[in-house]
Design a protein around this ligand. Structure first.
Ligand code: WTA
Length: 630
């Protein structure tokens, strides 16, 4: 199963889109700046006077647009000779051919030359009030040390290093160090279990892993080194594991482990970009590490949780670190909303200029609360749509004219160089407004994925074959009368729990490993806090005699252990059989409708093998709900 954390190789060469995309959130906070002020390259584009004209040019003459941005905003060791050579109908994506740059030089060295003492990172540690600041000079030093260490231990250009660390400065330095020496990095979310980590290490064929002795999150100690020990037992490629110390507790070291040294820190002032994503996900890559650093910004590394030690944590942090742009996930906003306004009002949030949201649709109630309570009604809320595959923000209300309207719960406007289209189930392009369809991109842009590591064929099949000539996002969208886009959700078998994507097949795989289970089907359903919850239908083998409650506990434990806690089912419904087509395919669409209690919408059941199966599923579902009602 390919997951977001596996596709980081594209970072080595195509960071420039993230730079401009990161400036997106910075820019949107300022008011009434003219186009050349926020994009000096625009001065070279004849006849372009406003943002609308600039956006138009970025799509109609995308080569000139991206070439100007790339030349102006990045340092190239060898300039490119060809801006792009892309063909969406064949899934061929090539940008800036002949050009050579080092993304870590662009993120660090350039700023060290001009402003070495500017704060690059503010590490908001799990322990409230113990933040640490790192300047660009310090981050460069740390990166060089890690790079040299890796090189001394044989890591070379083209290798792929797995990073299994909490969000912390050394993790950022490790990412940049890999990029510096030409190695790819495979950052694995530190909430993943040993099995899930092992699969990702094997997929990347890493010989080197970097981790910490223990992580701390929400006051709890997490045994990351022990998880790595278990994982690498089934990873024959791993030759060495670098271990840094996040806590003071020693851990057992083996012959393949290498201790990393401690580093220095100091305190300085700076502008503050607060993206609270974990570095193990794409948002952490693009908007905690590469985007802000390439732009010379000060970026916050948030190690904790939104409710530790209490639900005021984010806003206390905003006050203490003087955060100007806050970028978070709807799931956290929905959670905090339930605790009440007093946790927000306690803290001074006057430094905030822009509030961002990403990862899943933000419902109107959460949007309004974010805007009215958190932002005191004065900060624009930008609902940003994008995905791992797009590298950076593609649809968002800003940048646009400062007074341009923002509609709650809508990503609205395509970003520079982005040309979204909607396509119907027959593959026809939908040209009118007030219509819904599959969201595709009609034009390539430099930040987009170029391949799937070790599986280019899958890249083509997944993204370019469903709608020939277009990049398929996997999402559905609605285009309003005014031409604004609203994302309606995933169209495929991928669930988005608290902004974390997981394939239903991956969860089913674990459930099916239980000796008592014959087969299973996992469905996502609307969940008031997590966005989507996990609902599993499980069919037991004949003659199995177990208490359902015990088995549910066991299955939940297995999923937590083999994937991650967030993937563990909220509901498990035991069934005699699953509704299937005559060709034996589970009719997930029917299960989804049952779970959504939309019995009117079951749709065409003519291919169903045995209609009684659906009735059984409906009754079982009602029974489960009545048991769980307070
Ligand atoms: C969903 C996260 C609605 C979408 C950056 C997408 C959203 C998937 C939004 C990507 C949004 C992301 N409104 N849905 N503003 N942002 N999504 O790869 O389904 O972890 O395809 O990247 O999240 O998730 P990923």
């Amino acid at each position: 199963m390919w997951l977001p954390c596996g596709c980081t190789s594209k970072y080595v060469a195509s960071s420039f889109a993230r730079r401009i995309l990161a400036s997106h959130l910075h820019v949107s906070g300022r008011s009434r700046c003219n186009v050349a002020a926020f994009m000096p390259e625009a001065a070279g584009f004849e006849g372009v006077s406003g943002r609308a004209a600039l956006r138009e040019l970025s799509v109609s003459n995308s080569e000139s647009f991206w070439a100007a941005v790339a030349r102006h905003r990045l340092s190239w060791s060898i300039p490119f000779h060809t801006v792009q050579d892309c063909d969406l109908s064949r899934g061929k994506i090539k940008w800036f051919e002949g050009g050579k740059l080092n993304v870590s030089v662009n993120c660090l060295d350039r700023h060290v030359h001009t402003c070495p003492e500017r704060v690059a990172l503010i590490w908001e540690r799990d322990e409230r009030g113990s933040e640490m600041k790192y300047t660009y000079r310090e981050l460069l030093e740390m990166t060089c040390r890690v790079g040299n260490l890796l090189r001394r231990h044989g890591v070379k250009r083209g290798d792929c290093v797995t990073i299994y660390m909490p969000t912390c400065p050394l993790a950022v330095a490790s990412m940049l160090a890999c990029a510096r020496i030409g190695a790819a990095h495979n950052v694995v979310f530190a909430g993943f279990s040993a099995d899930a980590l092992a699969e990702r290490i094997r997929d990347a064929q890493s010989s080197t892993v970097i981790t910490v002795n223990q992580g701390v999150r929400g006051g709890k100690v997490i045994e990351l080194k022990k998880t790595v020990d278990t994982a690498v037992e089934s990873c024959p490629t791993v030759k060495q594991v670098f271990v840094a110390m996040r806590t003071d507790n020693p851990v057992t070291m083996t012959a393949r482990d290498i201790a990393m040294e401690e580093y220095v820190f100091s305190y300085h002032d700076g502008d503050v970009f607060g993206c609270v994503a974990d570095i193990g996900w794409i948002t952490g890559h693009s908007y905690v590490v590469y985007g802000p650093l390439a732009n010379g910004a000060t970026t916050v590394l948030f190690e904790s949780t939104p409710i530790y030690p209490d639900p005021g944590r984010y806003w206390d942090m905003v006050e203490r670190l003087k955060i100007n742009q806050f970028y978070g996930a709807p799931t956290a906003i929905r959670l905090l909303l339930k605790y009440g306004d007093q946790w927000v009002n306690k803290y001074d949030r006057s430094t905030l200029k822009t509030l961002g949201s990403v990862g899943e649709p933000i419902n109107t109630e959460a949007w309004e609360w974010y805007h009215r309570v958190v932002g005191d009604g004065r900060c624009p809320v930008v609902d940003t749509w994008w995905q791992t595959e797009t590298g950076g923000i593609c649809i968002a209300p800003r940048p646009s004219d400062p007074d341009a309207e923002i509609v709650p719960g809508m990503a609205m406007r395509p970003f520079f160089g982005i040309k979204p289209v909607l396509i119907d189930t027959e593959g026809e392009l939908l040209t009118s407004n007030n219509t819904s369809g599959a969201l595709c991109m009609a034009q390539p842009w430099p930040g987009m994925a170029r391949t799937i590591h070790n599986n280019h064929q899958r890249f083509i099949e997944t993204y370019f074959q469903p709608y020939p000539g277009y990049f398929f996002t996997g999402d559905g969208a609605y285009r309003s009368e005014e031409g604004y886009y609203q994302i309606t959700g995933r169209l495929d078998d991928v669930i988005n729990v608290s902004g974390h994507r997981i394939g239903t097949a991956e969860i089913e795989d674990v459930v099916n490993q239980c000796p008592a289970v014959a087969e299973s089907a996992v469905i996502g359903y609307t969940h008031s806090i997590k966005g989507q919850g996990v609902y599993a239908f499980v069919v037991l083998k004949k003659g199995i005699d177990v208490k359902e409650a015990d088995l549910s506990r066991q299955l939940n434990g297995m999923v937590s252990e083999k994937i991650a806690k967030y993937a563990s089912p909220d509901f498990i419904q035991f069934a005699q059989r699953l509704p299937k087509t005559r060709s034996g395919k589970i009719m997930r669409r029917v299960l989804r409708k049952v779970v959504e209690s939309d019995l009117e919408g079951l749709g065409d059941l003519s291919t169903l093998d045995d209609p009684a199966a659906v009735q059984e599923i409906i009754q079982g579902h009602e029974k489960l709900l009545s048991k769980n009602r307070p």
